[in-house]
Design a protein around this ligand. Structure first.
Ligand code: ADP
Ligand code: MG
Length: 442
């Protein structure tokens, strides 16, 4: 996160962009844009089509000279660069990803991604080595010898990201990178960008008109009609949620503020959109749910791997190996009994979430109720099972908030509640939330 002492890696000052200036068809695309982007930020530029997002992005990347104003990158005005400096800047500093991929159809995937390196003037073997690394990383190594037309949209975009990373730039700029992809592929690409920000510490600047992507960023720049109308730091959003939250017990015991925030907006999203929003948080939730106290760095490693399990890039078995194997083999070498417990729990959750079916809420609710009764070893009567599954149904259909679910579980029988103690009510509510996360994440 930027601090007072960090200087911005990109600063835009008083930027204006006018097309066809002085002509009858003159149009102002950007008006007095001022913006600071700090190292390692994930900035999302959000706004309706035609509001000037792409124009701003290309001005930031130095592809389009502004009518007036400055773009300062690492202290240098990029529009004052001579030709050579500009070329160098594009090669080394910024990686670009576009909605329509821009792969060269007549080149194989490996050659496509080696192109930027070619221009930098490295030897062929170096290039191939780096190429293999990035393809491997994004799960597309087996397509190295294919042509772009043989790949799906999601695979092509992963190739394009791999290409953007070849020269290891600090900044990745992406213009509607998932605009042409289905929800599963979008999810995958958005996750990769998130990972590049979190793990590789890249500065990401992403343009989107889709509100479902907003939670990926830590700074949201809202644009309308060529102007920045609002800038939102996500730290502030989190704080606002915490301050507005009266039920402190829920805040601590139940869910992270991020998830609370997302759950609150639940109705507005389709399950696949929600899954995409929840993705970065759910791995953490899962892990803290099934884990005891382990050093923080190890949790980070495990969480990242778990994230890949949940996105389908890594199998449960591979995850188990990571936890179980000796450190010299790259594992975490956790106690076998703990690993067994974690893996069993993870498999249970994944299995139940697979059985959950939006079109059959009644059956799904009953499956959930039985699972929870089993996992928490509750002694329930037939009536209680029915009651619990009714509440579960209301929750999964989002007719009941998490707070109201807990109240219903806790409230005395005489007031038509389930009359459970607070602890059990909390545990049950938490199990339901985890299953919902798992379900919507898939
Ligand atoms: P967005 O990416 O938000 O959809 P753009 O940055 O592509 O918006 O476009 C912003 C505005 O600038 C639009 O009104 C568009 O018509 C106009 N515009 C973009 N490129 C040009 C151009 N080369 N010539 C004239 N007008 C343009
Ligand atoms: Mg655009």
């Amino acid at each position: 996160m930027p601090t007072e002492s960090t200087s911005p890696s990109i600063e835009v000052r008083g930027l204006n962009m006018v097309y066809n200036q002085g002509k009858s068809n003159e149009s102002k695309s950007l008006t007095d844009i001022n913006l600071k982007i700090y190292p390692r930020e994930y900035v999302i530029i959000f706004g309706p089509s035609g509001c000037g997002k792409s124009t701003l992005l290309y001005a930031l990347a130095g592809f389009q000279k502004p009518t007036s104003g400055e773009v300062i990158v690492d202290g240098q005005d990029i529009n004052q660069f001579d030709k050579k400096e500009k070329v160098e800047f594009h090669r080394r500093k910024i990686g670009m990803v576009f909605q329509s991929f821009f792969l060269i159809p007549t080149l194989k995937i490996m050659d496509n991604i080696c192109l930027p390196k070619l221009f930098v003037g490295e030897g062929a073997s170096e290039r191939e080595k780096r190429g293999k690394e990035v393809l491997q990383r994004f799960g597309i190594i087996e397509h190295a010898e294919k042509f772009p037309a043989e790949l799906s949209g999601g695979q092509k975009q992963r190739v394009a990201i791999a290409r953007a990373l070849m020269n290891n730039p600090d900044i990745i700029i992406a213009d509607e990178p998932v605009g042409n992809l289905d929800s599963k592929a979008s999810f995958n690409v958005m996750s990769i960008l998130r990972e590049l920000n979190e793990m590789d510490k890249k500065t990401i600047i992403l343009v989107t008109h889709d509100p479902a992507h907003l939670s990926f960023g830590n700074k949201i720049v809202y644009m309308s009609d060529g102007k920045i109308v609002k800038t939102e730091e996500v730290i502030e959003r989190k704080k606002a949620v915490l301050e507005g939250e009266e039920e402190t017990t829920i805040k601590k015991e139940m869910l992270s503020p991020e998830i609370q925030m997302l759950m609150r907006s639940f109705q507005n999203f389709s399950p696949s959109q929600l899954g995409m929003l929840l993705f970065p948080f759910k791995a953490q939730e899962f892990l803290s749910h099934i884990l005891f106290s382990v050093p923080e760095e190890q949790i980070d490693v495990a969480r990242n791997k778990l994230q890949e399990v949940l996105s389908g890039r890594v199998t449960v078995d591979q995850f188990e190996k990571l936890l179980d194997q000796e450190e010299k083999k790259g594992g975490l070498n956790w106690d076998r009994r703990i690993v067994n417990k974690i893996i069993k729990r993870l498999k249970d959750i994944l299995e139940i979430s697979k059985k959950m079916d939006n079109t059959k809420p009644e059956d799904t609710a009953l499956i959930i109720a039985k699972y929870i009764i089993n996992i928490l070893k509750l002694q329930f009567t037939e009536d209680q099972i029915v009651h619990l599954s009714q509440l579960a149904r209301l929750r999964i259909e989002n007719k009941l908030s998490i707070i109201d679910l807990k109240k219903n579980l806790d409230r005395p029988l005489s007031e038509r509640g389930m009359g459970l103690d607070k602890r059990t009510a909390n545990k049950i509510a938490r199990e339901i939330e985890i299953l919902m996360l798992a379900k919507f994440a898939m």
